[in-house]
Ligand binder design. Structure first.
Ligand SMILES: [Zn+2]
Length: 557
């Protein structure tokens, strides 16, 4: 499930922020727009003024600025203190953070060939920059001095955690290795960074390159009206007016598998999805996966771990691969029995229809939908009118209001990177400003698959001022058509609530230091706020608040 995304490259997420301005182009030159805090309402990114030409110089200047800041900390002649070392490190790289968050936010949600190419060009530079910080021995020695003896420092719990997180990050980045090990690690990081990027780029290309074009109306058999209308729209957009286009974006792909009576077309569309990156073409990911796996093993072992899983899990609540397998195996026994039971039920349906074939993966959704209609007289298409996107979002906001006293006000004066993006100001129960919240809900060719949350600016207290976050949710939900608004499936409704739970985690952040802000928590904890939120989606008293038929206004029965 790719519902959550952090903008990170290595340990960069732990690094943010200083408002000093030491190098780079002067105002008016490309990149300069990133040089100071944005002069927009709430300091939101001025998407209407940022040009592609701004990114490269801003990245280069941002790395240069942070390098100078790091050198100043490392070469400080005063004895290391929490302030002159840990806080100074935490506040470094403010310009780099500003441009990175905008650039990588767009790379996921609204990319194009130029952004993809620049990301590939920057990848080795950012990897090297990151290693230059985390393999800086003078800097580490200062952190280690603080870490090894905190007596008399009177660190608060938050300060101790920040210091300890940085210490661990340096150790996990290889600072204790001999010189040859460090050199090899730099090379591995550079390659991993490039390969991971390439993997994602290939996947996006494979997703966008595939189209199932239908020109024979009979091949639409079984599909609901709304699904057909959306496919006609997609065809129009693809220059195939009068035909119907289905693709690999979920709102197009899933209903086809759920409703199409054409088994051979279901198979075609299903395989297109699962063969992405495995078509022996220029977007093939097989060798890339192989290389990534090998490099990860090598890196883990270089750092003293048995496997990549050991390396990753050490910093998560699960701690060890054994714990992960223990949980998975417990679930597996029950899940397998249940899946077999369901498969047998679906096979019965196939046999009853006289279908002389064995249930295959591309039949599952289709017959599951039939079974649901048979068993519960419940047709997902009949439910969708109760889940208009705007109503669901209103439901999410209402729940946040009832639980946490938050209020949401739509803003029309905030620059956005695409006309479909909407912006809200979030205020606390006492009316004080809490966050800016962007929503970007519909699939586009420049958007990665899935749904996620991240931020254009994190929360922190800087110079006594509580800087509030700019949080966003991005998704790939069912588009409106010319005649109907966006009507969501149950799964989509749950995802809207889920992602909003992540957004809340970011919005409600109230820490001092950037390195501990928002969702900077173990990966297996980060799903807690989102899962709590998604449980509210279908509670009867919550449904009453938002699940109204978009035409009649009637509350869901
Ligand atoms: Zn999640």
């Amino acid at each position: 499930m790719n519902r959550f995304l952090l903008i990170t490259f290595g340990c960069m997420a732990l690094l943010a922020c200083n408002n000093s301005q030491k190098s780079g182009p002067t105002t008016g030159e490309p990149g300069s727009i990133f040089f100071t805090e944005f002069d927009t309402p709430f300091g939101t990114p001025p998407f209407d003024r940022i040009e592609f030409a701004d990114y490269r110089p801003a990245f280069l200047a941002g790395m240069k600025e942070q390098t100078a800041e790091i050198e100043a900390i490392a070469n400080n002649t005063e004895a290391p203190t929490f302030e002159n070392t840990i806080v100074a490190l935490d506040n470094s790289g403010r310009l780099l953070s500003r441009v990175s968050r905008v650039f990588f936010g767009l790379k996921s949600a609204e990319t194009n060939d130029s952004i993809q190419a620049l990301a590939e060009e920057l990848s080795p530079l950012l990897s090297e920059h990151n290693d230059n910080i985390y393999l800086n021995e003078k800097l580490f020695n200062r952190i280690k001095t603080i870490h090894d003896d905190t007596t008399g420092l009177n660190l608060t719990t938050e300060q101790y955690r920040l210091m300890d997180e940085y210490y661990k990050s340096f150790v996990r980045s290889g600072i204790m290795l001999q010189e040859t090990g460090k050199e090899r690690l730099r090379e591995i990081n550079k390659q991993l960074s490039a390969l991971t990027l390439k993997f994602g780029n290939n996947l996006l290309k494979e997703t966008n390159n595939y189209q199932l074009v239908i020109d024979n109306e009979a091949d639409l058999a079984g599909l609901p009206e709304g699904v057909i209308a959306a496919a006609a729209n997609a065809a129009k957009a693809a220059g195939e007016e009068g035909k119907w286009v289905f693709g690999l974006q979920k709102p197009s792909w899933l209903p086809f598998l759920q409703y199409s009576q054409k088994r051979e077309l279901r198979e075609k569309l299903y395989k297109a999805m699962y063969m992405r990156g495995d078509n022996d073409n220029e977007n093939d990911n097989k060798k890339i996966i192989n290389d990534i796996v090998n490099l990860r093993i090598e890196k883990a072992q270089l750092l003293g771990y048995d496997t990549h899983a050991d390396f990753v899990l050490e910093e998560n609540m699960a701690k060890t691969p054994e714990n992960v397998y223990k949980l998975l195996n417990e679930v597996w026994a029950y899940a397998l029995a249940q899946a077999k039971k369901e498969a047998a039920e679906l096979q019965k349906l196939i046999d009853a229809e006289g279908g002389n074939f064995k249930l295959a993966s591309w039949d599952w959704w289709y017959y599951a939908e039939k079974l649901r209609q048979q068993k519960y007289a419940l047709n997902e298409e009949e439910l969708k009118p109760y889940f208009k996107m705007e109503n669901v979002r209103e439901g999410v906001f209402t729940v946040a209001n009832k639980l946490y006293g938050l209020n949401f006000k739509k803003l029309d004066n905030i620059p956005v990177y695409h006309p479909e993006v909407e912006v809200y100001e979030v205020t606390d129960a006492d009316g004080s400003h809490l966050a800016i919240f962007y929503t970007d809900y519909f699939p586009r060719p420049g958007k990665n698959a899935g749904a996620w949350m991240s931020s254009f600016r994190g929360q922190q207290v800087l110079d006594g001022k509580n800087i509030r976050p700019l949080v966003y949710n991005v998704g790939n939900f069912t588009r409106p058509t010319e005649t109907t608004p966006s009507l969501l499936t149950l799964d989509e409704v749950e995802t809207v609530f889920h992602e909003f739970g992540h957004a809340l985690h970011g919005m409600l952040s109230n820490v001092t230091y950037a390195g501990l802000s928002g969702t900077s928590v173990p990966r297996d904890f980060v799903e807690l706020p989102s899962q709590i939120m998604e449980h509210w989606a279908f509670q009867p008293e919550v449904l009453k608040l938002y699940a109204r038929h978009y035409q009649t206004g009637e509350v869901i029965p």
